[in-house]
Design a protein around this ligand. Sequence first.
Ligand code: CA
Length: 502
Amino acid sequence: MYVKVNERDNVGVVIKDYKKGEDIGDGILALEDIPQAHKVALKNIRKGEEVIRYGVVLGYAINDIPKGTWINEFSLELPKSPSLDDLENECCKNIIYNLPKPIRQTFMGFKNPNGGYAGTRNILAIHTTVQCVTGVLNVAVKKIKEEILPKYPNVDDVVAINHAYGCGVAINALEARVPIRTLKNLISNPNFGGEIMVISLGCEKLTVDKLLDEKDNNKDNVIILQEKHGFKDMINSIIEMAEIKLACLNKRHREELPLSELCIGMQCGGSDAFSGVSANPSAGYASDMLVSAGATVMFSEVTEVRDGVHHIAKRCLEETTCKKLATEMRWYDNYLASAEVDRSANPTPGNKKGGLSNIVEKAMGSIAKSGSAPIVEVLSPAEKPTKHGLIYAATPASDIVCGPCQLASGITLQVFMTGRGTPYSLAAAPVVKVCSRNDLKLMWDDLIDINCGEIITGSKTIEEKGVELFNYILDVASGKKTLAEGYGLANDLCIFNPAPIT
Ligand code: CA
């Protein structure tokens, strides 16, 4: 059996491993062994002809491809990336207002004392200006979690916001604005409840005033290690300040809130050729329900929308949004070009093993997670949104870089789709893991929250899995722990730094 997405497609994706000579369906015999999730030619395709999946041209046949042949990265020549000129002319050409109706309108969240989005978790975040303080902070956090946190039952966790930025960097370089904005905006993530705590060394380039407003930059919120009398004094100071902040956070409690106070992110990683037909469209369906109920949903990953940029532009409500979309794409084209690479650098060996031949195929599957709602805003990496609804937040596609960018933009929960499997998670927000195929759920039953493989085998529809995911997202936003949270899994935060290191 195989999955064909669009009428125009001349390739299908096989749902299991096939041996040479086996019947794949519709009388198509495998001309060679074809691994699960890989493409098979449904017709004879001549050299130079278009190879079509999702109704779009993935590339051009390098050689004649007889019906029943395995199509992979070596079979295709990559088409040119779509032009970014006049992208604003595409504006509003595909605006869909008739979205799936939400079956719930509220969640149980932590209202933010400073207004804005509500938290899904109540976390004491301890921020850092520079990597130099990380060792000391980690010792202090371990002690706080063991000895102090249990006294404050309404607080979920204490999280050190460690990173590799802060010194030995060209702090005045134009693009230093990206890591600085990321670290600054992370401080006001709604899951941190408006409490501010920053650990600085004292001689670093990223000075505290670059992260905090003047009114917040004081001894109540900032500890400078070079002003402390040795290690014990450092640890005691951190614990003392943490206890004051924990007492404030402990007063927060969950209350029923409208979904307009929820802001979540969508991401995928370790994708395979099923991701775009099962996990990502289900996430898109859930996203449409959330947006329809007033929630804010961000999707990201520049190199994975670059080849579908016209589809995205058609869903933008304003010309200025299309122009910003083009600006972000162009910036990234130049960023890649400066290293003499292009978007074809994106697919990983694992993606290819999972049947994704090139970036066009990966992109068409990736943007499925944005559903069909109109796009109200485009953000530069780590910017804060000004609107509610579906937002394109430009970030690198790298999972561990996209995560902190979206957190800085204010997401309080992330939905993460995977086909090959990755145990990726975040400490600062719950990450709901969704897989594209049954085999992965069987292998990683205790890591994957939602399995969309049932769509591939036909026992469930995209709508059914979309509704299941919508409900699960709201349950997790309201306090239910994801499987990864139960184990305390979390990746390091890798801050996007396109500027030079000195
Ligand atoms: Ca990713």
